[in-house]
Design a protein around this ligand. Structure first.
Ligand code: A2P
Length: 272
């Protein structure tokens, strides 16, 4: 006679359909407002560098998602995210407590316009970012394709304080020390960081003001923006997007999309 089948007493964790449940592998807090985490990547999850995904947590038995740019490049075997911490934020107030081994949910379909495909060919690519808006560019500057398409890649990052620039500095240093990327990015990659509320740094002011008064270009040793040569990607707050977009339009650039590539593309940074 066969033994009766064992009945399991453990309730399976209810993972919603169409969602991956991944494991946190690393958490790094930069300031009391910013942190990064890495997690496992499902083998079949494909995305283009610069895209975002909906990531979330089960909160009170229900999944809560927000859009997050994938900060790691398409070739990376893990996924990285760079997040703000909002004390009362519906998701970030929980997400900031992540520990290694915790589960993070991710919807299966990535999307986004900050991708190389949405830009017409050009020579110089500007990535304009404020705060966590650097995340999609963290992905793109670690993707060799970006350097195949452009002769010069300029990462511009404005934050309130120097401590908030650290993620960007670490990123560029990682590239400079990387076995293959260091050669590919080489002299093509330039990093221009500025602060607005911290006297303790040589580059002061909002990226928008530095474009208007020309200091950005003088400091970088490049001519003003030219629609024949320059391409732009913008990621920041709604106000920053609006202002930077207008500056590029005034310089003669047209906005692009996946369906119709153009001379610049924009996307709002995650805020919550
Ligand atoms: P400021 O300190 O002058 O407000 P936040 O941390 O609030 O998201 O801001 C990130 C950075 O973006 C800050 O340095 C902030 O400057 C800057 N910023 C805010 N609004 C704009 C804007 N409209 N254009 C450019 N930069 C902006």
């Amino acid at each position: 006679m066969n033994a009766p089948a064992l009945k399991t007493e453990i309730e399976p964790v209810a993972i919603p359909a169409g969602v991956y449940a991944e494991t946190v592998t690393e958490v790094h807090h930069y300031t009391d407002r910013l942190f990064r985490f890495r997690m496992t990547r499902p083998a079949e999850f494909r995305f283009r560098s610069g895209e975002f995904a909906m990531i979330g947590l089960m909160i009170d038995g229900k999944p809560l998602y927000r859009a997050y740019s994938v900060a790691s490049p398409a070739w990376d075997e893990e996924l990285e995210f760079f997040s703000i911490k909002v004390p009362d934020g519906p998701l970030t107030s929980h997400l900031q407590n992540l520990q290694i081994g915790d589960t993070v949910l991710m919807r299966k379909k990535p999307t986004g316009t900050l991708v190389n495909d949405a830009l017409l060919p050009g020579k110089r690519l500007y990535m304009f970012s404020t705060g966590t808006g650097i995340a999609p560019f963290a992905s793109l500057i670690r993707d060799p394709e970006t350097y195949e398409k452009f002769e010069e890649v300029i990462l511009v990052h404005t934050c309130r304080e120097v401590s908030e620039l650290k993620y960007g500095f670490d990123l560029v240093e990682e590239i400079r020390n990387h076995e293959f990327l260091s050669e590919i990015a080489g002299v093509k990659l330039k990093h221009y960081a500025t602060v607005t509320r911290d006297a303790n740094y040589p580059h002061q002011g909002r990226v928008t003001d530095l474009m208007r008064n020309g200091k950005l270009f003088t400091d970088l040793g490049v001519p003003p923006i030219d629609p024949e040569i320059d391409r732009g990607m913008i990621c920041g707050s709604a106000a920053m997007l609006k202002e930077t977009k207008q500056l590029l339009i005034d310089a003669g650039l047209n906005e692009g999309a996946n369906s119709k590539p153009g001379e610049f593309v924009i996307e709002r940074a995650f805020v919550d």
